[in-house]
Design a protein around this ligand. Structure first.
Ligand code: GAR
Length: 195
């Protein structure tokens, strides 16, 4: 059985990190076993740090405020991921703009809380809620040099009703994220050709 190694990057609450660890870590699927070889966080006080520890994985903290430039931060990030042996990196609420140095060295996917290409950037949930659109949703896409602009891999949508509060809307987004991201990682890695 092939072991497929992944790295997970996060910045905050870490609810998606937790779902990934619960669903994938050291779990065996038809064509592979998935091993989360490292978790990396750029904020020393992020809630997700404890979540990672509860799965026995001590997160690597790379505090972006200690670096003089985005590229200097990305160089250490890339080195850490390459050293871990991860073949796929999953951005699960990792709130950093990445430089071409990162995208040229690392194969990564990102979770975004809107139906891309709509509502790119860090305020997607609010913008999507405030829009006149009657549907909303989430996307998983490859990370490219363009912010939230890489090839879309998977999306899930729902109907936005006028009675929905912002809190209900946000909860719906997160509930969809918690199933779509792990499913997408499994679909990418659990392929016969990798046997
Ligand atoms: C998620 O909603 C994710 O889609 C979003 O951050 C949240 C992280 O939540 N990511 C972005 O906005 C990326 N542009 P979590 O820390 O509970 O997983």
């Amino acid at each position: 059985m092939v072991i497929r190694k992944i790295a997970i990057l996060f910045s905050g609450t870490g609810s998606n990190l937790e779902k990934l660890l619960e669903t994938l870590h050291r779990k065996t699927f038809e064509h592979c076993t998935i091993d989360v070889v490292c978790t990396i966080c750029n904020r020393p006080n992020a809630q997700g740090i404890e979540k990672s520890r509860s799965f026995g994985i001590e997160p690597i903290i790379i505090d972006h405020t200690l670096f003089e430039s985005r590229e200097a931060f990305d160089k250490i990030l890339v080195k850490t991921i390459l050293q871990s042996g991860a073949e796929l990196t999953v951005l699960a609420g990792f709130m950093r703009f990445l430089t071409p140095y990162f995208t040229q060295h690392i194969k990564a996917i990102n979770l975004h809380p809107s139906l891309l290409p709509l509502f790119k950037g860090s305020n997607a949930i609010k913008e999507s809620y405030d829009s006149t659109l009657k549907v909303a949703g989430i996307s998983v896409h490859y990370v490219s040099e363009e912010l939230d602009g890489g090839e879309i891999i998977a999306q899930r949508s729902f109907e936005k009703t006028s009675s929905m509060s912002f809190e209900e809307f946000e909860a719906k987004i997160h509930a969809l994220e918690h199933t779509l991201l792990p499913e997408t990682v499994i679909n990418l890695l659990n392929r016969r050709e990798y046997e």
